[in-house]
Design a protein around this ligand. Structure first.
Ligand SMILES: NC(=O)c1ccc[n+]([C@@H]2O[C@H](COP(=O)([O-])OP(=O)(O)OC[C@H]3O[C@@H](n4cnc5c(N)ncnc54)[C@H](O)[C@@H]3O)[C@@H](O)[C@H]2O)c1
Length: 406
């Protein structure tokens, strides 16, 4: 009997909320053991010389606090933003562009936080200089672009990771471990969602959609082209792949919201609701919206005997429920898995420090990172196809695989 079956049997034999609490304590102990083992195997003197590009969201990470990382240089096209990066990461060296920064042979890896529409171009350029790449989400905006990223990673033998914040929300970390421990057996159905309203006339729209009175890349960006905060809640937990999708898009009313008319993407939708099937026959409903009165990223997962619910901005509490045997409502906190200087609160459910740490540890240990290129592409590709399905009024479409052939 393997460990997965054993822990599942233990789990089913335990009774009541105390049993559920013990299962969760076991999952936490496994995470702690892994972190301790990795720390033991890490040479404290090994430093990864990192370049950081993009001083908006890219200044919200903790590279300067990671013990095996040295921020060697930073870059942003906008001088103020470049200065912000210098200050946040306590780094004196800067370049006027990513294109200049990647010519510096001292840099081993680059964290790319440029516009979503530029990720493929920038990430491929980074990897083609033999440097490892951490990229902000999503991988890209076309299936051809995703293929180029996979090819650049494989051809250059470098490491690629996508900084998907949903992957390190504490509920997702717990779910991943519970799934690995066999507690769920299968997650038969999940509901995943990401809402980021940019309603007409709101300050949020103004700051996201315009810079110097010109539209930014976020202006009318197709909702399903930004799927990874949702899809990681399945792909990043069970390792499943989405194989088909049918998506209904919700069209903006251009009379009411003329700013959305004639946009750079020719995108008619403010929201999309996709129904996806996985390679193990499980189902997922995925919502994306820039219009609904709703906020944030969350999931709820349903197995046959166990279900789990992330908290929601609207009041749903965190809860794990087991058939007839009570609820567990204590939300885990994994700060203690991080090196001491990194135990600081961050954005997106405190995920930023975990992403920072994971990328550097993958490089130091010479292993693939958690959100590796195949995971990242699987989380992104289904959204590209979902958007196409929405344009075809919900036509059911196949999602291609970018995985390495066995
Ligand atoms: N939860 C999350 O994971 C999350 C949250 C916010 C943003 N993001 C992602 O982070 C990325 C950045 O988001 P943002 O809001 O900061 O976008 P942004 O458009 O405000 O910033 C992008 C920055 O990249 C810089 N840049 C572009 N090309 C460059 C080049 N060649 N050389 C140097 N600098 C260059 C720009 O000058 C700009 O400052 C996006 O891909 C977005 O999808 C992810």
């Amino acid at each position: 009997m393997n460990a997965r079956d054993l822990s599942r049997r233990e789990f089913l034999q335990t009774t009541g909320a105390a049993g559920l609490a013990a299962t969760i304590a076991l999952a936490t102990a496994r995470l702690e053991a892994r972190a301790a083992q990795e720390k033991e195997r890490t040479d404290p003197d090994r430093k990864i010389r990192l370049g950081v590009v993009g001083g908006g969201f890219g200044s919200a990470y903790q590279w300067h606090l990671q013990p095996n990382c040295e921020v060697y240089a930073v870059s942003d096209l906008i001088p103020d933003r470049c200065n912000r990066l210098r200050q946040v990461y306590k780094c004196d060296r800067s370049y006027e562009s990513l294109e200049k920064l990647i010519l510096d042979d001292n840099i081993e890896a680059v964290a790319v936080f440029t516009e979503a529409t530029n990720h493929v171009k920038h990430d491929v350029a980074v990897m083609n200089t033999g440097k490892h790449c951490l990229s902000a989400v999503p991988v890209g905006t076309t299936l051809e672009g995703l293929q180029q990223v996979v090819e650049a990673k494989e051809k250059n033998g470098v490491t690629y990771m996508m900084a998907e914040t949903s992957h390190y929300r504490p509920e997702a970390m717990l779910m991943r471990q519970l799934y690995q421990d066999g507690v769920f057996r299968e997650i038969l159905y999940s509901e995943v969602e990401y809402y980021h309203p940019a309603r007409r006339g709101s300050a949020e729209r103004q700051s996201l959609w315009y810079r110097n009175n010109k539209p930014t890349w976020r202006h009318c960006y197709p909702p399903m082209w930004y799927p990874t905060h949702c899809t990681d809640f399945v792909v990043g937990i069970t390792g499943e792949r989405f194989t088909e999708v049918s998506c209904m898009g919700q069209r903006a009313d251009f009379e009411v919201d003329p700013e959305r008319k004639d946009n750079q993407y020719g995108n008619p939708f403010h929201s999309g609701v996709a129904l996806l099937r996985t390679d193990r026959g499980n189902l997922c409903r995925c919502n994306r919206s820039s219009q609904y009165h709703a906020h944030g990223e969350r999931a709820q997962w349903f197995g046959a005997e166990v279900s789990a619910f992330m908290p929601s901005w609207a009041g749903q509490p965190f809860v794990i429920k087991r058939d007839g045997q009570g609820d567990l409502t204590t939300r885990p906190d994994y700060f203690h898995l991080l090196p001491e200087p990194m135990r600081v609160p961050t954005g997106h459910g405190n995920s930023h420090t975990f992403l920072t740490h994971e990328f550097i540890m993958a490089l130091v240990q010479g292993r693939e990172p958690s959100v590796d290129v195949y995971t990242a592409v699987a989380e992104t590709a289904c959204g590209m196809v979902a958007h196409e399905s929405a344009l075809r009024d919900g036509e059911r479409m196949k999602v291609p695989s970018f995985d390495k052939k066995a």
